[in-house]
Design a protein around this ligand. Structure first.
Ligand code: FAD
Length: 410
């Protein structure tokens, strides 16, 4: 390595795109990867299908200290350009409700075409070397790995976050950035299942409901989501739960009270539900409350709901008072869980926090502290919602970092 060379630290989603773009522009690129192969995480994305982007792209789907930081990059390399880029590599898109997948429905296709392009461009790839330190000496960077030193004048740090360390990203990128003087916004696991203290969860594990959920932090409504929630023996899972999980780690750490309220019949307003219950109670007065609710609620949930409403399971509905009925409605529409935490890094799909964006140029992704040092992907303090947004951030930021280097070199 030497003058006009680019070292890319981390051969994941952002590093692969950054490498391709820099090499296409004429740079001599070396990717340094700590694992024995490139892009391991890509294989696990989208349940093995790789949800590579989403046609509905806006700042609302991105989070961090300053979500707007992501916009110049996402506008410069947007969904259309991303689909075009991958189409150029061979990925024909399949769009399902805005979620974009490879037509083959195989995440491995996405990794295959990226790897083929890396080979075709003769990009040098170093495997099984973890970067331990990036030393800045005058206009040069010296990259220390376990075993080697590399000299280069441009670096793109694409080492990801802390999530799923078995797939490569072990948080070491944050240490590298910190040693170079960058501020790191505290990382927490996100897009992860959440834990709750309710003992009855063990009795309803495996039950799925379509619900509207409200996340309250210290009694303030933080976020609403609708979708399928899965009860587990330790808490809650499912896409709407993953979506709200980014707020939990930090709130717990700051000693805040977190509650999730589930509306189990979101299609019906309270009055409409009351009317339906009155009808059911009138039409089937001989049934116990437990039997009467069958067909309206999941059978395993019924004893939980009646217990929370202070109604005995075997109480005939003919004896249920108006106030008991209202309590029942309250339990159905506001089933409350006290949240105690999230699952750990091994289960989380993305990392909240990372390199603070106020020290990075939003148009070029160059460090404001060290010229010729760039960041791309999850290492930055930007995390996206579930639905293709995190990969879109990785592709766009990798593309912009690579493109800027090419522009500056030529
Ligand atoms: C199970 C799962 C499913 C997901 N599904 C989706 C999905 O469908 N859609 C979506 O948009 N997002 C999805 N994501 C999130 C998405 O995969 C990541 O946000 C994205 O891969 C981040 O790209 P990255 O390049 O920043 O980091 P990574 O892909 O994590 O790559 C970082 C690379 O750097 C290497 N590395 C780290 N430290 C060092 C070091 N010190 N020296 C050398 N190499 C190093 C790692 O080994 C790794 O290869 C999913 C994540 C998971 C875990």
């Amino acid at each position: 390595m030497g003058k006009n060379t680019v070292a890319i630290i981390g051969g994941g989603a952002s590093g692969l795109v950054a490498g391709i773009v820099s090499a296409r522009g004429g740079a001599k690129v070396t990717i340094i990867e700590r694992m024995d192969r490139l892009g391991k995480k890509i294989l696990a994305t989208g349940n093995g299908r790789c949800n590579l982007t989403n046609t509905v792209l806006s700042v609302d789907h991105f989070n961090g200290e300053n979500p707007k930081f992501s916009m110049p990059v996402l506008s410069a390399f947007d969904v259309e350009k991303t689909i075009e880029f991958f189409n150029g590599l061979g990925i024909y898109p399949r769009v399902e409700n805005g979620y974009v997948y490879p037509y083959s429905n195989q995440a491995s296709s996405v990794l295959d075409v990226l790897r083929q392009e890396i080979e075709q461009l003769k990009i040098n790839v170093v495997y099984e070397e973890e970067v331990k330190e990036i030393e800045k000496k005058k206009n040069q960077f010296i990259i220390h790995t376990n075993g080697n030193k590399y000299y280069t004048n441009k670096v793109i740090l694409c080492a990801g976050g802390n999530s799923t360390p078995n797939l490569g990203s072990n948080g070491s990128g944050f240490d590298l950035a910190k040693k170079l003087g960058h501020r790191i916004v505290s990382p927490y696991p996100a897009l992860v299942q959440i834990k709750a203290s309710e003992n009855y969860l063990k009795r309803i594990k495996g039950v799925r409901v379509i619900a509207k959920l409200h996340l309250y932090i210290d009694d303030t409504l933080k976020r609403e989501e609708v979708g399928e929630v899965l009860f587990t023996d330790y808490g809650l899972s499912g896409i709407p739960i993953l979506q709200i999980s980014r707020y939990i780690g930090e709130a717990i750490n700051n000693g805040k009270k977190i509650k999730v309220l589930l509306d189990l019949i979101p299609e019906l307003e309270t009055e409409a539900l009351d009317k339906i219950l009155v009808e059911r109670f009138t039409n089937m007065p001989y049934k116990s409350i437990e039997d009467n609710l069958i067909g309206l609620l999941n059978k395993k949930l019924i004893p939980i709901i009646t217990h929370l409403s202070d109604i005995k399971d075997n109480q005939p509905v003919s004896q249920i008072s108006k106030s008991q009925r209202h309590k029942l409605i309250e339990s159905i529409k506001n089933l409350t869980f006290n949240i105690t935490g999230t699952n750990d890094w091994n289960q989380s799909q993305v990392t909240v926090g990372g390199v603070a964006t106020d020290e990075v140029d939003p148009n070029t992704l160059e460090s404001k502290i060290h010229p010729n040092l760039y960041f791309a992907g999850e290492i930055l303090d930007i995390d996206g919602d579930c639905g293709g947004y995190n990969l879109q951030w990785a592709w766009s930021s990798g593309y912009i970092a690579g493109k800027t280097i090419v522009k500056k070199t030529n």
